[in-house]
Design a protein around this ligand. Structure first.
Ligand code: ADP
Ligand code: MG
Ligand code: ZN
Length: 481
């Protein structure tokens, strides 16, 4: 491989989703939301001998919904396996998971194909208590079994992702989809959505896959993007200097940006999978399929299409559909504004996607002081030319800060657009032309850029209440253009 070769990243994602069922995957214990340690346990999820697991019907229902959302093939029959390994957070010595007969196979979301979706149970939580928990003089680690047995869906993609940014964007789409389905809290920071990235690089033009590494458990979108970029850079440096990538499992430390090895291929577990003898196979009945289909909401991809069919630009439609709360806000504003059939609604989309988002940031606009009805009214004032765009932005600042009614704010601040009547603007334009003789001359000789000085003058005089287009029209008229 020459030092100048261009490389292409190849990335496949494995996502663990904690399902928001009432009870655990194989027992009747409630799921934990920060209850005191080891209070939500029973002999089954503690792995005591002689106990029998029973599969959670709701988790299977959620799994089928995920499969439907991803366009997967839903297996008429799937089975659970024991995945054997030893770790303190796994009291049975094996995790019940699915192996070669998963619940869902194949599918596609956005531009990434899905390999499979299967169900399994989460491990318990190992807490490194450090010196505060010293036992017999050594640092202690303790186990909280509340999380043990929480239902998980694992979604595995094909290696179709080509950059860290695409991984992040796609994960956003997946998260929105799962949230719409109502199957999980999908909170990365709290661990209800966890993502591993499998990463390799190859010379551009090559179709063979390079040796991959696996970056474990990135717990935020930002870390995912940074971690993947760091690993791509590490592999490139390695290959360019004549080395080769070793298959291993890696950890990315967002604080130091360092990548460390957790284990190499030689140390990889041999899980000795075998069918779980204590569980019957999952037979997906017609009733179960019908129930999953009936529970399906409108998904982001469909919403994106519907918004586009209303005449909204592709970029806005994607933004509104992929950020559910933004889409909900927009649709509420649209309903409140009740625009006549056929009226353009892109301006409203622009105000939501640009001006409002810029002001409320990551905050859910539905929780802001600006009600959807108020924003619809504001946009209505602009389109009726009762308010200039720049003054509408001032009103929006006020709405974000204090809420209220846009018309009342316009009234109180005297921001209403000046009547289009020439009687009002005429003398102002005359004064502006007189005060900016240079600019007037340039405009006369065809340099329309110079009109900025005239408009600026009128705007200063009117505190921004004049309509710029109207001023332009009058200037052209006066100068005989
Ligand atoms: P493993 O057996 O190591 O778990 P899998 O074949 O199950 O590997 O794939 C796990 C994930 O890794 C999938 O998301 C898959 O798309 C991805 N993957 C597989 N091979 C590569 C590769 N060479 N480069 C990048 N990703 C890969
Ligand atoms: Mg795998
Ligand atoms: Zn239990």
């Amino acid at each position: 491989m020459t030092a100048t070769a261009e490389f292409e990243p190849v990335i496949g994602l494995e996502i663990h989703v904690q399902l928001s069922t009432k009870t655990k995957m194989f027992c009747g214990c409630a799921l934990s939301f920060g209850e005191p340690s080891n209070t939500l346990t029973c002999p089954t999820c503690l792995g005591l001998p002689g106990t029998l697991p029973r599969a959670n019907a709701k988790a299977i229902h959620f799994g089928l919904m995920i499969g439907l959302a991803l366009g997967s093939e839903l297996a008429p029959r799937s089975i659970f396996h024991r995945k054997n390994y030893f770790y303190p957070d796994l009291p049975k010595g094996y995790q019940i998971s699915q192996y070669d007969e998963p619940l869902c196979r194949g599918g596609q979301l956005g531009d990434v194909r899905i390999h499979r979706v299967h169900l399994e149970e989460d491990a318990a939580k190992l807490v490194h208590a450090g010196s505060s928990g010293r036992i017999h003089g050594s640092d202690a680690s303790v186990v909280d079994f509340n999380r043990g047995g929480t239902p998980l869906a694992e979604i595995v993609t094909e290696p179709d992702v080509r950059s860290a940014a695409q991984a992040r964007e796609w994960l956003t789409l997946l998260r929105t989809t799962l949230r719409q389905l109502g199957v999980s809290d999908v909170n990365m920071e709290e661990g209800s959505l966890r993502c591993d990235a499998n990463i390799s690089i190859r010379p551009v033009g090559s179709t063979a896959l390079g040796t991959k590494t696996e970056l474990k458990n990135m717990n935020s979108f930002r870390y995912l993007e940074r971690g993947v970029n760091a690993e791509i850079a590490r592999q490139e440096t390695l290959l360019r200097s004549g080395g080769h990538v070793v298959q291993e499992t890696l950890h990315f430390d967002p604080q130091t940006e360092r990548i460390t090895s957790l284990r190499s291929k030689e140390e990889a577990h041999d899980y000795r999978y075998f069918p779980e003898p204590d569980l019957v196979p999952v037979s997906t009945s017609d009733e179960m399929l019908a129930a999953a289909r009936a529970a399906m909401p409108e998904l982001p991809a469909a919403r994106e299409e519907r918004l586009q069919s209303l005449g909204i630009s592709a970029a806005s439609a994607r933004q509104l559909a992929w950020r559910t709360e933004l889409g909900d806000y927009f649709e509420a504003a649209l309903a409140a504004g009740n625009p006549p059939v056929g009226a353009p609604i892109q301006p409203l989309a622009n105000w939501v996607c640009n001006d409002l988002v810029r002001r409320v940031g990551e905050e859910d606009p539905n929780a802001s002081q600006v009600t959807p009805a108020a924003l619809a009214k504001l946009v209505g004032l602009v389109s009726e030319k009762a308010l200039t765009v720049s003054n509408a932005r001032l009103v929006l600042d006020r709405l974000v800060a204090d809420g209220g009614d846009p018309a009342a704010i316009v009234e109180a601040l005297g921001l209403g657009a000046m009547g289009g009547g020439d009687d009002v603007l005429d003398p102002l334009v005359d004064a502006a032309l007189a005060a900016n003789a240079d600019a007037a001359e340039k405009i006369r000789s065809g340099n329309m850029k110079a009109i900025g000085a005239i408009i600026g003058h009128v705007m200063r005089e009117t505190k921004g209440r004049a309509d710029g287009a109207e001023v332009t029209r009058i200037v052209r008229h006066k100068l005989g253009l």
